[in-house]
Design a protein around this ligand. Structure first.
Ligand SMILES: *[C@@H]1O[C@H](CO)[C@@H](O)[C@H](O)[C@H]1NC(C)=O
Ligand SMILES: *[C@@H]1O[C@H](CO)[C@@H](O)[C@H](O)[C@H]1NC(C)=O
Ligand SMILES: *[C@@H]1O[C@H](CO)[C@@H](O)[C@H](O)[C@H]1NC(C)=O
Ligand SMILES: *[C@@H]1O[C@H](CO)[C@@H](O)[C@H](O)[C@H]1NC(C)=O
Ligand SMILES: *[C@@H]1O[C@H](CO)[C@@H](O)[C@H](O)[C@H]1NC(C)=O
Ligand SMILES: *[C@@H]1O[C@H](CO)[C@@H](O)[C@H](O)[C@H]1NC(C)=O
Length: 818
């Protein structure tokens, strides 16, 4: 009851206000619509009038829902030609065209009627369509309209509007987003039907294909989830000689639901008006997730949203460039794993792949009446045919759709369908059609083999265990450095190489100890990290860790060459990186100019890939725990490599994940849950990555900057700029020449997402790599963790006490007194 009375009051208020303006039901030459008055549809659903969006002073003519309190403009007449003052007039001219007259009777905007009519009338229909027709042509059917606003959509698709083509006149009706919420002029994003043998719904960004839904499959499309069945709306697709379009109808007339192409966040949204909360609620958005990015996995690759990594080759295919593929660069896609030659020895066959969004239809062919068998035969006839499928999946499947050339933009989709992909016979389903006897024989053989493998591995494991305890000691006794598996070096070799750890050879003081440059007898340059004696772990565990680390190989990780253990001394040997560390560039006013935006962006992506490898793709799952600018080294071509990985573990933090008494890390980079509670996980590395990202973009250290009189660190500063909608002010001034602000701002957003207070709100490295490399829509960050400059570990530091803000770039390693 309370809700109803509140609504009653509001509608009364609206009536009260509208008494000031004068509402009309038509526009004629002698009765133009003046700025301030409105035209209302017969049943009062829609209203047309002048409006000014947000804080701008521009005047526009638009249509909106009359009785919805949160005004949603569904159509704008003069979106690209704003009127500048309020002496405007919306009128009908002699030719029967609607015209918007601005100051001095100048024409701001004009319709284009398809034919002249003797006595034109203008009407706003209850569908939201503004139409011009001849007075004598009764009935509001489309043929009678000489002009209708439904033919010129803005960013909103209302019930009954056609999205698509009139093939006779060439009229293409498509949505164009607003530039921003205060500017209705045409934005970068458009959405409509792409014509071709098999039209698809597409979203373009600056006319480049950004998202495709997949072709119409009788219900909606194989790429869009959750359409069938639903209680809200129903789509209808029409394709004939005259027209190709899609439109929807709402099933329940008391529900208000529209589609909006949004410039900012999730592009294409269906929003529904919820009367009792008086809000528009988002029902569905496109793109749905990062797999919807156009062709993210390359040819013959499919995107599986919950998999890690998200891209996989189709069965029977392998990465074209395994190296790039493993580095998560999927653009080159996949190729047949077995060479396939068309028609040779009748080796052709097809493999059925379930649940797929149909590939891009640019190079395809269809026939509505063919059966699936005919379709297969048709595909076999042409050597460029690579796949076939049913055209229509409703009612058990019908029609034929075949593809030529590479299959691109594939994903696994909840509403996907079967796709039959061509390959050599030995690769296809044929081999699964085995006789029962054969299956039995194979089953028996397999179990026997399994048994043997089990027995052998049992023996093998026992043997290795023994070796770990026994033989290693011997290895060390006779130097052991010859063995590739055990890359140990003598202390004397190291002393020779580093000139007895001379100060000239000292490269710096990293976490866990000083680093020296060394030159081996054969001329190879190395970096030697001399671990502080206190960092206590038994020699054996240490050795194990080093061996594991030497096995980690990724182009964005510094290569661990080996170690040296003698008495109390423990040393790690790395490849030498001539360009030192990233902090010597980004925080230096002169050297920072050497790293322009494209290079820094590369650095970011490369670090992300290296970290992803540590977290997921190496079998060891290593959490770095001390990721920071000084741990990113640059090789001679300025490729970044992560160093000091695994050190946290070698130096005493023994768990893989969880709670530790020994906190290892660097103030300013540590995630809140790690610094305060000692809880670490891959997500605490993500936090450090977020800090590093902001530092690379801003050229400022998180620990040292103070902004204004606020007690703000870099994170807080970035968050404030983000909220004030001026994130570009974060960008290092030496980058401004080389960057396009619109490329940097999404990176800042990614950074803030990494810095979320709760680990579960931070993305993992897989999503991060995708976020950085695609132009996908990103979630909005919430308030980050550690906004204040001084985090208080034992509560003894407080904000504003300048002395406690002093920089300590060296890794801290402290026992948490708990
Ligand atoms: C409107 O007319 C006045 C006087 O006729 C002229 O000074 C002014 O420049 C005109 N403005 C526009 C926008 O044409
Ligand atoms: C108006 O329509 C005619 C024919 O339909 C077309 O030739 C002309 O270019 C259009 N003019 C504008 C301004 O759209
Ligand atoms: C875009 O979507 C966001 C989130 O739903 C919304 O706040 C914003 O107003 C939308 N913008 C436009 C222009 O519709
Ligand atoms: C239509 O929607 C209204 C409001 O949501 C609901 O009360 C009603 O039951 C719906 N009618 C049908 C036929 O679903
Ligand atoms: C489609 O297939 C049917 C049945 O095989 C055939 O009769 C018809 O000619 C085909 N249409 C086209 C356009 O190829
Ligand atoms: C195979 O299909 C391609 C693409 O449609 C076409 O250009 C070519 O002529 C076809 N070849 C044969 C032998 O039908």
């Amino acid at each position: 009851m309370a809700i109803f009375s509140a609504m009653f009051v509001i509608s009364n208020l609206l009536v009260f206000f509208s008494k000031f303006s004068y509402a009309t039901d038509t526009i004629t030459q002698s009765r133009p619509l003046l700025d301030g008055s409105t035209l209302v549809s017969k049943e009062g659903t829609f209203e047309l009038g002048f409006f000014t969006p947000g804080s701008s002073s521009n005047r526009y003519v638009g249509i909106w829902f009359k009785n919805i309190q949160v005004r949603k403009i569904v159509w704008v007449a003069n979106r690209d030609n704003p009127a500048k003052d309020i002496s405007n007039m919306f009128s009908l001219n002699k030719e029967g065209n609607l015209v918007l007259l601005g100051q001095n009777q100048s024409i701001v905007w004009l319709t284009n009627v398809t034919r002249a009519v003797s006595s034109p009338v203008v009407q706003l229909l209850d569908s939201g369509n503004l139409v011009i027709r001849d007075e004598r042509d009764n009935g509001n059917s489309e043929e009678n309209f000489v002009w209708q606003s439904f033919d010129y959509p803005c960013d909103t698709l209302l019930q009954g509007m056609k999205l698509g083509w009139n093939l006779k006149t060439g009229l293409n009706r498509y949505l164009t987003a607003w530039k921003n919420s205060e500017d209705p002029s045409s934005g970068d994003f458009t959405s409509g039907l792409k014509l071709g043998t098999n039209p698809e719904l597409v979203i373009w960004k600056d006319k480049v294909e950004y998202y495709r839904s997949g072709p119409w499959n009788g219900i909606f499309s194989s790429g869009v989830f959750g359409f069938s069945p639903n209680p809200l709306f129903e789509y209808k697709y029409v394709e004939n000689e005259d027209e190709v379009y899609v439109r929807y109808t709402l099933k329940n007339s008391s529900v208000i639901s529209i589609i909006v192409l949004n410039q900012t966040l999730y592009l294409r949204q269906r929003i529904t008006w919820i009367p009792h909360t008086r809000t528009w609620s988002v029902y569905q958005s496109l793109p749905q997730d990062s797999c919807d990015v156009y062709n993210v996995c390359g040819a013959y690759g499919r995107c599986v949203i919950n998999a890690s990594p998200v891209c996989q080759c189709l069965e029977g295919f392998k990465p074209k460039s395994p190296q790039d593929w493993n580095q998560m660069d999927w653009t080159k896609g996949c190729v047949h794993s077995e060479p396939w030659k068309c028609g040779v020895d009748n080796k052709d066959g097809f493999r059925r792949i379930e649940g797929m969004k149909m590939p891009d239809t640019t190079h395809s062919w269809i026939n509505r009446s063919m059966t699936l068998e005919d379709c297969k035969a048709k595909c076999l006839q042409n050597c460029s045919c690579t796949a076939y499928a049913n055209l229509d999946t409703s009612g058990g499947g019908s029609g034929c759709s075949i593809w030529f050339g590479n299959l691109v933009d594939l994903r696994v989709s909840e509403s996907g369908q079967d796709l039959y992909v061509r390959m050599a016979t030995s690769d296809t389903d044929a081999k699964h059609k085995l006789s029962k006897e054969l299956v039995l024989v194979i089953a028996i053989t397999v179990s026997v083999v399994l048994l043997i493998v089990l027995v052998f591995s049992y023996i093998y494991i026992t043997k290795t265990k023994y070796e770990e305890n026994g033989i290693w000691a011997e290895e060390k006794d006779d130097g052991g450095q010859e063995n590739l598996e055990l890359p140990f070096f003598d202390l004397s070799t190291i002393i020779n190489a580093t000139n007895n750890f001379s100060t000239e050879n000292k490269l710096g003081e990293g976490g866990f100890g000083p680093v020296y440059k060394g030159t081996m007898v054969d001329g190879q340059e190395i970096a030697v990290k001399r671990l502080s004696r206190s960092s206590g772990q038994g020699s054996k565990e240490f050795k194990n860790e080093v061996i594991l680390c030497t096995k980690l190989q990724h182009r964005n990780l510094v290569k661990v060459l080996g170690c040296c253990i003698e008495g109390e001394e423990k040393m790690l040997l790395y490849e030498y990186m001539p360009n030192r560390s990233l902090d010597s560039f980004i925080f230096d006013s002169v050297r920072s100019k050497l790293l322009d935006w494209p290079m820094r962006y590369n650095v970011l992506c490369a670090i992300a890939r290296g970290l992803l490898y540590l977290h997921q793709d190496s079998r060891l799952r290593i959490i770095h725990r001390d990721l920071k600018a000084s741990n990113i080294l640059l090789d001679s071509s300025m490729n970044p490599k992560i160093s000091d990985f695994g050190l946290a573990k070698m130096c005493g933090g023994d768990q893989v994940e969880g709670n530790t008494n020994r906190i290892v890390g660097t103030y300013g980079y540590m995630a809140p849950e790690y610094a305060i509670d000692g809880l670490f996980s891959i997500k605490s590395d993500v936090f450090s990555f977020g800090v590093l990202l902001l530092e690379i973009i801003s050229g400022k250290k998180n620990r040292t900057v103070t902004y204004e009189e606020r007690c703000d660190n870099l994170i807080g500063h970035a968050w404030r700029l983000w909220n004030e909608d001026i994130p570009e002010q974060l960008i290092d001034s030496s980058l401004l020449d080389s960057c396009n602000v619109s490329e940097v701002v999404p990176c800042i957003q990614v950074g803030l997402l990494c810095l979320q207070h709760h680990p579960e709100d931070r993305p993992n490295m897989t999503s991060l790599v995708v976020m950085l490399s695609s132009e996908n829509v990103l979630p909005q960050p919430k308030i980050p963790g550690f906004l204040i400059k001084n985090m208080s570990i034992e509560g003894e530091q407080s904000c504003g006490r300048q002395e406690s803000c002093s920089v300590n770039e060296v890794t801290v390693s402290l026992l948490n007194a708990r």
